[in-house]
Design a binder for this molecule. Structure first.
Ligand SMILES: [Zn+2]
Length: 337
């Protein structure tokens, strides 16, 4: 079910909550920063939502900050601003292309690393989901780690290191991120955003436990969007073809990925509730009333989930958004016939 959650958005946000939630890791990092003993490769290992990606960003920014405060990026200097704008020339991020990190991606990193002369700070290359490297990619990275270019810091993030080459792991300083109790993050989010605790839990689940993404979703009006979507799908069997096409156009022009994520989370909940009756597994727990009242059959729910996943996959293959939404909605209306 993991893939059904809102797609993780890689952002160059500089979250300093992690200094508190991962205080042990950051105590170690700060010590090497203050004594100028930063190593050339780190492995940040920990579960989803533990802040390893944010820590990688914060370390990258800190290594390039002109005026760090207490050995942490100031978030106001020229370098930090460039970083926050996502266009810092010294920072590169590699994420899986589809299911894996591929050889050509590592080759591109090698090319960049060999071309770049770092005038100030460090060149930082971050590999997210490093465990998803193909073996060719991993072998190629290993060579780079064996002869690390001066002034370059590699940061690998991974949920576990078993899937990584042991020779890669042994070349990295490994820092273990402990899982942050979701309730702790949720109560913080609820307090800061002035929303109900259960809502905060819901939005955190949608954002895979990342508080910054959760705040952004709230600011973008995600709750209102979900309310509108639930109204629409409750009424979908009554829409005629031209109304469906109008709706498809509307979804296609908006943010169809987000629409699909919200609907997937919703139908995933209906399925989970039908199968397990366990409310602690629900994402949309704040709308438990609606989940409990829903009278869609198991077959219908399974069909809708399949259609939503198909549509999501079509969009990741760059299919036309409006046509994808048209196909989805026309099929959807037929589910009930
Ligand atoms: Zn700075």
């Amino acid at each position: 079910m993991e893939q059904l959650y809102l797609l993780w958005m890689w952002k160059n946000m500089l979250n300093i909550d992690i200094l508190e939630t991962q205080s042990w890791v950051w105590a170690k990092l700060r010590k090497s920063l203050s004594s100028n003993r930063v190593v050339h490769a780190y492995l940040f290992q920990g579960p989803t939502g533990s802040g390893k990606e944010q820590s990688a960003s914060l370390l990258a920014a800190t290594l390039n900050c002109h005026t760090p405060i207490d050995d942490i990026a100031c978030r106001t200097c020229n370098s930090c601003i460039k970083f926050l704008n996502g266009n810092h020339p010294n920072v590169q991020t590699v994420v899986p292309e589809g299911a894996t990190i591929k050889l050509h991606q590592i080759k591109e990193v090698k090319r960049q690393v060999s071309l770049r002369r770092v005038e100030q700070g460090h060149l930082v290359v971050i590999f997210h989901n490093a465990e998803k490297m193909t073996s060719e990619a991993a072998n190629s990275l290993l060579k780079l780690l064996e002869e690390p270019p001066a002034g370059t810091v590699f940061i690998l993030t991974a949920e576990n290191s078993f899937a990584l080459l042991s020779t890669i792991v042994s070349r990295c300083q490994k820092l273990i991120f402990k899982s942050v109790p979701p309730i702790k993050l949720a109560s913080k989010l609820a307090e800061e955003s002035g929303i109900d605790l259960r809502l905060a839990e819901y939005i955190l689940q949608l954002s895979k436990g990342d508080k910054d993404s959760a705040v952004e979703l709230i600011e973008e009006g995600i709750l209102e969007l979900r309310r509108q979507l639930l109204d629409i799908v409750a009424n979908i069997k009554n829409l005629n073809a031209s109304e469906l096409l109008f709706l498809a156009e509307d979804w296609g022009k908006g943010d169809p990925e987000l629409v699909l994520d919200l609907l997937l989370a919703w139908y995933r909940d209906l399925e989970v509730w039908n199968k397990t009756g366990a409310d602690n597994l629900l994402i949309n727990i704040d709308r438990f009333d609606l989940i409990n009242q829903n009278d869609d059959g198991k077959e219908e729910i399974a069909q809708i989930l399949d259609m939503l996943i198909d549509a999501q996959q079509a969009l990741t293959r760059n299919a036309n958004k409006q046509i994808t939404m048209e196909n989805l909605l026309l099929k959807w209306a037929r589910v009930y016939n």
